[in-house]
Write a protein that binds this ligand. Structure first.
Ligand SMILES: [Zn+2]
Length: 166
């Protein structure tokens, strides 16, 4: 079908994703996430599937308390792994001052911070829990990387990405 004259078109790119990157949708952090993905993770557009959802991995870390969210996320990841055979890398990013985590804390109450002292500790724990769960998938050579975006000392307008050991 012919485009009416003057219609703006939008180009797609050839995508051969070899990674999934899961991070929070907090608008304050998107630019930092994008730059980190390109410069820190060395992934260009089309080379990764962004799975952007409030709270990042929070939805995957509580299969018993948040079963619907867990199922939704897990099925998406399984589908991507099935569809793209070159997908061998999953990057999980959590960030400081996450409002979704704050909200979960008020919804789930004391249960939410069982066995941890702070939300930050809960978030880095969650990264490791979700990594273990994902490594249980039968994908040979699947590599998981964990990062925590932390405010630079004394400010709330810049972050560094701290690598969290598995
Ligand atoms: Zn967040």
């Amino acid at each position: 079908m012919e485009q009416p004259e003057g219609t703006r078109t939008y180009a797609l790119i050839d995508a051969r994703p070899r990674a999934i990157v899961i991070h929070c949708s907090d608008p304050r952090f998107q630019k930092a996430f994008d730059e980190f993905i390109r410069e820190g993770l060395l992934l260009e557009e089309g080379e990764y599937i962004p799975l952007v959802i409030s709270g990042g991995v929070a939805s995957l870390s509580e299969p018993l308390k948040l079963p619907k969210e867990f199922k939704f996320m897990k099925e998406r990841i399984e589908l991507f792994l099935e569809r793209y055979s070159e997908l061998k890398r999953i990057v999980l990013i959590n960030h400081e001052d996450c409002r979704h985590y704050e909200q979960l804390k008020s919804v789930l109450g004391r249960l939410f911070l069982q066995r941890v002292r702070s939300i930050g500790e809960k978030q880095t724990n969650d990264l490791k829990i979700v990594a273990k769960m994902l490594l249980g998938y039968a994908v040979p050579g699947l590599q998981i990387e964990l990062y925590y975006a932390r405010f630079c000392p004394g400010e709330t307008h810049a972050v560094t990405f701290e690598k969290i050991p598995l």
